[in-house]
Design a protein around this ligand. Sequence first.
Ligand code: SF4
Ligand code: SF4
Ligand code: SF4
Length: 351
Amino acid sequence: MFTNFGLTLMVNHACNLRCTYCYTGSKFQRRMDLGTAKKAIDRAIASITDDGTIELGFFGGEPLVESGLILQLLDYVSLCAEKKSIRIVANITTNGTIVHEEAWQVMTHPHIFVAISCDGLPEVHDSCRITVDGKGTSSIVIATIQKLLAAQREFRVVMVVRPNNLSSVAKGIEYLFGLGVKQADLSLDLWTKWGRKDSLPLQAMIKECAQVWRKKLPTCGVNWFDEKTIKYAQIPTNKTARCSFGNGEIAVSPAGNLYPCERLIGEDSELNAMRMPGHVMDGKDNFLPQEQQNESCHEECRGCSIQSLCSTSCQCSNYIRTGKTREPDLLLCMVNKLCMEETLKALKTLT
Ligand code: SF4
Ligand code: SF4
Ligand code: SF4
């Protein structure tokens, strides 16, 4: 049994946007039916000890396409969790462009933590995050951010970092902080090609972002530097199911297929090597593992002096870059080392 269990439901492959760098595959209507979703929740709850925690995520496509279903599931999980005194931590990542009443109810639900995708400066956002007819979406996303701020909701903004926007990331964070956003999470585009020529601009970008982060401490945060500070200062954090990767954490596709992480579902093709054996409806009552996997860390990381501070434990990131879940590539290693370096430099100026 697990004390924390992560369950992410991909509620549909459909999305109202067509972002140029989307990694979840083609967009088509395949909705997760209520029975499949409830069964996934039942099995997750049955895998958790009394007084444990379920970390329930909603993913897509655009998950708010299924706002009604999500509201039903939030009610359902509350009922199931109550019987075992299980705590619920729910989260959703949305593109912030679906704003009808039910979507707003999801975004302001007491159990849910919201992440909004926004690439910072409007012109940068509009160059990639576009509607089906190619129109930029920054004005509507910013309006959603402002509405959440006015409602005094805590939320974070996820910004994608790509080779072609490196020079504007720090300005983008400043712009968001200027609006009142408190937490910016940088997300490296792992699916694109990064070349040698990107190395210096990437280095400069990390330096600039660390400076913006330093200036806004302690009111605002940027995940890449917050994480390093937490590790360096050995600040205790709540235990989380991420990244248990199939062993304490399961992602379910709309068709009920199982994956170790939602970022690997894509179009849920039969040929997807990351699809796990089994199916939500295969007659089992829980998600307890049949056998434990004990993979050791990557050979080249063993002698690394900052291994305990390294954040390359995201197994899907490693898989996407190298095809091996325990093997980070040079890009991930470099970003990690640079973030460590810039965080320490920034922290020294605080003393
Ligand atoms: S909003 Fe998300 S799922 Fe939709 S196209 Fe953009 S990145 Fe893909
Ligand atoms: S593989 Fe990465 S994205 Fe997926 S749960 Fe683990 S840490 Fe998170
Ligand atoms: S990925 Fe790089 S920084 Fe991290 S432990 Fe390995 S060698 Fe060290």
